[in-house]
Each structure stands twice: as C-alpha cells, then as structure tokens.
Design a protein around this ligand. Structure first.
Ligand code: FMN
Length: 192
C-alpha cells in the first residue's frame, strides 16, 4: 500500500509566500509515488480554538474539523511548512495543529521552514519541533530551511535554484525512511 503523507501549511495571508514551497514538496512527494493530502487553513478554515475535535460528539463537530481529522487519521506522516512570525509559529498553523491530538500519535513529522530574510524561519522551526513532540508526532533530525522564500520558487512550486532540488532528495529520503519504519511498527501495535 502507498504511503500517505499530509503536507500542512498555515498562513492565511493574502500575499502568502509559503504556498510555493508547499507546492514544491507536494510535487516532490508525488514523484515518489506517495499519496499526498494537503491541509491549508484557507481551504479548511477553522475558528480560533474553542473545543478540540475530540471534545465534540463526531456527529456535531464542525464539518472542516471532521474533514481534517479524517485526513490526519488516514496519514502515515506529516510534512509541516512553517513561516516565521516574530520568531515563532504562524497563528493559523498553531491553531490548526492544536485542534487535534490522537490523529498524530506514533507517526513522524518533518519541518520545512522559510522566511523573507536570510534566517530561513529556523527560530520558528525550533519552536515547532517542541510542539510536534508534544503532539505525538516527533520530527526527523533534518530540517529544510528556505531563505528569501519569495525568490526561491515560481508560483507553481518549481525551484529556481538546483540547490533545493538536491537538498530535498536527502531530506525526503530520511522522512520517508521514518514514515515507512513507523508504519510497519504501528501495524504490530502501539503502546497506548
Ligand atoms: C506578522 C509577521 C511577523 C514576521 N516576523 C518575521 C520574523 O520574525 N522573522 C523573519 O525572518 N520574517 C518575519 N516576517 C516576514 C515573513 O518571513 C514573510 O512575510 C513570509 O513571507 C511569511 O510567510 P507567508 O507569506 O507564508 O505568510 C514576518 C511577517 C509577518 C506578517
């Protein structure tokens, strides 16, 4: 069975740039025969967190929350594309992640960070790593930081520099290794 990976992006700004690296990674994963889902809070808007999904009776949960829960549950791993707002995680991304819990358990994640400047969102990536560990989806060792994101990809997500093509191979090799390994391990059971 194909591996299923969900790309999660969390900016809802009208001029958002992170949609470009999101498309780049969706394309790169599809080239590897992975089944890719995409969760974008512009496509699935959520309210600011009131109740987590698990606190609803599933029949009464808001439609988008149910759809996102189903996608996360069906996934073997999560590739999170994060910008950096005031050295931390964009609020729409954190809001989205916080609505769910069990859906992430015992599955790996990988962090792609970006920014308009030269620090490539790495301060946000470090915060995100702690959040993902708490959510039960520990992130792989490698990260994928992107400086000057506005100049790095075209609107269709094609890299404008070979550097990103080459670097993404090793990053995705590692992520897919963990995703396959934990999928096999989950098939034999989970600790709780
Ligand atoms: C509220 C806000 C805070 C920002 N803070 C930072 C920052 O701390 N570090 C940084 O490198 N860029 C910062 N930026 C610039 C972002 O890196 C840049 O706007 C990027 O395109 C944001 O991602 P998005 O376009 O996907 O929303 C900030 C942008 C916004 C809107």
């Amino acid at each position: 069975m194909k591996l299923k990976i969900t790309v999660i992006y969390g900016s809802v700004r009208s001029d958002r740039q992170g949609i470009k690296p999101s498309k780049f990674f969706i394309n790169k994963l599809r080239e590897r025969e992975v089944e890719v889902h995409f969760i974008d809070p512009l496509i699935f808007p959520l309210p600011f967190l009131d109740k987590m999904f698990k606190e609803y009776n599933p029949e009464n949960a808001p439609e988008n929350m149910k759809k996102i829960s189903d996608i996360l549950t069906d996934s073997d791993g999560f590739l999170i594309v994060t910008g950096e707002y005031n050295h931390s995680i964009p609020p729409a991304l954190k809001n989205l992640l916080d609505h769910f819990q069990r859906e992430y358990f015992f599955k790996p994640s990988a962090i792609v960070s970006y920014s308009a400047g030269n620090y490539a969102g790495v301060r946000s990536a470090v915060h995100l790593r702690a959040v993902l560990a708490e959510l039960g989806t520990p992130s792989i060792s490698s990260m994928f930081p992107i400086a000057q994101v506005q100049n790095a990809f075209d609107d269709d997500g094609n890299a404008l520099n070979d550097f990103y093509e080459k670097r993404s191979k090793r990053f995705l090799d590692e992520f897919i290794w963990y995703t396959e390994a934990l999928k096999k391990a989950r098939e034999t059971g989970v600790p709780y």
